[in-house]
Design a protein around this ligand. Structure first.
Ligand SMILES: [Cu+2]
Length: 278
């Protein structure tokens, strides 16, 4: 009987169909300020959170990407050869994704890089999720630039000075209302955190109360197996972390660059959330 179950686990891969819409709209910042924004959504209605794609190891993800915007967009899965195309307004492109190992991939609009990805068009594909998997899609914005780029403006990335910082499109305290971001669990649970920096600033995420083990890194396999409490993230870098809580409590997680804990210049309305272990 045991052999039969493991045989099924190895060979019974799923096929998952998913449609992504490239939508343009207005994102609400934590202080009510609005800025132009674009995202990959699951319907034609704009939302400021990109879809979190997730598959099991060996599953096949069939993606249709519909360009619902008025300009040409692109789609690329970073690090996956052959998964890249341009999509005219109103057109649809098809992609097939699968991975034989646990990991994290970043999908994004590669055209006019980094402008389109920066406008919001960048998200996470998690491979090998379990029932206690969480997603942190980390972004930063200089809000005036969003409004400028939306109308074809030119910006100087050497003078980038972001003023809003989000995880899954939200800032503190609203992040804790996102059940895909806010880690909740019990002592001894195996919690997976799929975390990627899809912004243009560098970030360094610090856990209070707990250490995590790096199960996967998009940039350096030598980091796998390290157990730490701080995880630096360059642009388009991601990790899969394993957290096995050893104590109860509610502990903060935040960016150690304290600028990133502000929103519109106000502390603590940026990249800050808590982990709740009961
Ligand atoms: Cu800290």
């Amino acid at each position: 009987m045991v052999c039969f179950i493991s045989f099924q686990a190895i060979f019974f891969a799923n096929n998952i169909d998913q449609t992504l819409f490239v939508n343009a709209g207005q994102a609400y910042c934590v202080d009510g300020h609005q800025m132009a924004f674009k995202a990959f959504n699951s319907t034609g209605v704009f939302e400021q959170q990109n879809v979190q794609l997730s598959v099991g190891v060996g599953d096949t993800l069939s993606l249709s990407v519909i360009n619902n915007d008025t300009i040409v967009h692109g789609f690329d899965v970073k690090g996956m050869l052959g998964l890249r195309d341009t999509i005219l307004p109103g057109d649809t492109a098809q992609f097939v994704f699968s991975s034989a190992d646990l990991g994290l991939f970043i999908y994004y609009d590669h055209l006019n890089y980094p402008n389109h990805a920066y406008m919001g068009l960048s998200g996470i594909i998690g491979v090998g999720i379990n029932e206690q998997s969480f997603f942190w899609n980390i972004k930063d914005h200089q809000s005036e630039w969003n409004d400028s780029l939306a109308f074809g403006g030119v910006v100087d990335w050497l003078n980038y000075y972001p003023d809003y910082f989000t995880i899954n499109g939200r800032s503190n305290p609203n992040i804790n209302g996102d059940t895909t971001a806010r880690v909740e669990g019990e002592i001894g649970d195996t919690i997976l955190i799929f975390m990627a920096n899809t912004g243009q600033a560098e970030h360094s995420i610090h856990f209070h109360g707990y250490h995590c083990e790096i199960l996967y890194s998009t940039m350096s396999t030598s980091h796998i197996g390290r157990i730490k409490d701080t995880f630096p993230l360059k642009r388009l870098e991601g990790y899969v972390l394993r957290l096995v809580p050893d104590q109860v409590g509610e502990y903060p997680v935040h960016d150690h660059n304290l600028l990133s804990i502000t929103g519109g210049g106000l502390y603590p309305f940026g990249m800050f959330l808590t982990i709740l272990i009961q």
